[in-house]
Design a protein around this ligand. Structure first.
Ligand code: SF4
Length: 430
């Protein structure tokens, strides 16, 4: 019997052996995303004063402990992402979003080596500080807070509304800590703007445009759902206003994307008219019962069937390839509501993929991070089984090919060693 049976190392090695169609890079990346990483103090950043790009907290916390329990990582931010290479599996370069968990069996040490249970797994490269982060807006705000970039600098992430109007246990999605994250950053005295003024966003984009050496390729406009109004504007007008101003000022400079509720077709058309080319009306989880329990606000304000209908309506506006709804991979198995078995969860998720892909719409997924202040994170601190995440990657690739679809646009190049999408491995395995 191997000495690693029953350990995390044993689990990872077993899954790599059992699913040879999924590369070790992706197995490891999924495990890091669902488990988080502990950092030696020397592997943290000097915030905006150093040579390494710090974690911006671009929308959710994506940490597995509250800010108050992160130790040194609360005052000296961790890096936004890490790039893994080499090690015993001779990994191709793999970009992983940083989710901090001081109790993780994965550790990045001061020598910038990633280990699991003390065993070296990969060499770590930290993201360099981009020149545009060294500049401030005229009102003193930082580019990192106003217009952070992720995906190794590919995507500008514009969370222009840091709060969601789905509020409280009966409306907030069970996996989402957007409102809590806003509260914890405010409490810690960090700059964290609830509604970002359009002028700030434009000024930050001008700094990026002037200093990025062509590295940024897309922006995402996003934030919480608007069920009434913000600044007197309903959701399509609120987010649309930013799109309109950005495209007027920087026509076609970036691929414009919006993450919003599944809105009526006329609203989707407005986004398109403003210059947005990709729309993400995220459906979060496919199963009917789970959708109503996990995303009660979406069920209440729009309803599952209507949500799906609007996704297909939007495909007529943007073209099916440019409607890319996200789901949160792993919540299908979250207690107390989730499926009992991995087989059932996979079958349900694939049913959803087939539904959308048969209409030419390719969803994408992020790997669930069980944030402790959310109901699902509290009840499932270990996240979903790694096997689910590994099998889903294979199933996703098969579904795309079964429906004759190409990798979704707006994420850069797919493939091992090339993909930059950091919050799931779906682009690494295509
Ligand atoms: S709609 Fe759900 S996932 Fe999106 S911000 Fe609101 S609570 Fe979070």
């Amino acid at each position: 019997m191997s000495a690693t049976v029953g350990t995390r190392t044993g689990l990872v090695e077993e899954l790599i052996a059992r699913y040879p169609e999924v590369p070790p890079e992706a197995v490891l990346k999924e495990d890091l995303l669902r488990t988080g990483i502990a950092f030696d103090d020397d592997a943290l950043t000097d915030n905006l004063d150093g040579a390494v790009k710090p974690k911006s907290y671009f929308i959710f916390s994506f940490d597995q402990k509250p800010l108050t329990e992160l130790g040194a990582a609360a005052t000296q931010r961790p890096p936004e992402e890490i790039a893994l290479t080499g090690g015993p599996w001779e990994l191709h370069r793999t970009i992983v979003s940083v989710r901090v968990n001081p109790e993780s069996p994965y550790r990045v040490d001061r020598e910038l080596r990633l280990s699991l249970e003390g065993r070296h797994l990969a060499d770590v490269t930290l993201p360099p500080m981009p020149e545009y982060y060294r500049h401030e807006l005229s009102n003193g705000k930082t580019v990192m807070e106003t217009a952070p970039t992720i995906e190794w600098g590919y995507l500008i992430y514009l969370t222009v509304l840091r709060l969601c109007q789905y509020f409280g246990a009966h409306e907030e999605c069970g996996f989402c800590d957007i409102n809590h994250n806003w509260r914890q950053h405010k409490k810690a005295g960090r700059p964290y703007t609830g509604v970002k003024p359009v002028e700030d966003v434009l000024e930050a984009l001008a700094l990026i445009d002037g200093h990025d050496d062509g590295a940024t390729h897309a922006y995402t406009l996003t934030g919480g759902s608007v069920t009434s109004t913000v600044d007197g504007l309903a959701e399509a007008d609120f987010y649309g206003r930013y799109a309109q101003e950005i495209e007027q000022r920087f026509p076609g400079r970036w691929i414009g994307k919006v993450v919003a509720q599944a809105l009526p077709k006329s609203d989707a058309q407005r986004f398109k008219d403003y210059g947005i080319s990709i729309y993400h009306p995220n459906y979060e989880v496919w199963d009917k019962r789970l959708f109503s329990l996990i995303s009660p606000g979406k069920e209440r304000y729009v309803g599952r069937e209507e949500w799906h209908r609007r996704i297909l309506d939007a495909a007529e506006v943007f073209g099916p390839a440019n409607v890319i709804p996200n789901f949160v991979a792993g919540v299908e198995l979250a207690k107390p509501f989730g499926f009992e078995t991995i087989d059932e969860a996979i079958a349900s998720t694939v049913e959803g993929l087939d539904f959308f892909m048969s209409h030419g719409v390719a969803p994408r997924f992020t790997t669930w991070c069980p944030e402790p202040t959310t109901p699902l994170g509290r009840d499932n601190p270990g996240g979903a089984p790694l096997e689910y995440h590994v099998r889903l990657l294979g199933q996703y690739r098969e579904a795309l090919s079964r429906h004759g679809l190409r990798p979704p646009p707006g994420y850069g190049e797919p493939g091992l060693g090339k993909a930059v999408f950091s919050v799931s491995s779906f682009m690494d395995v295509l």
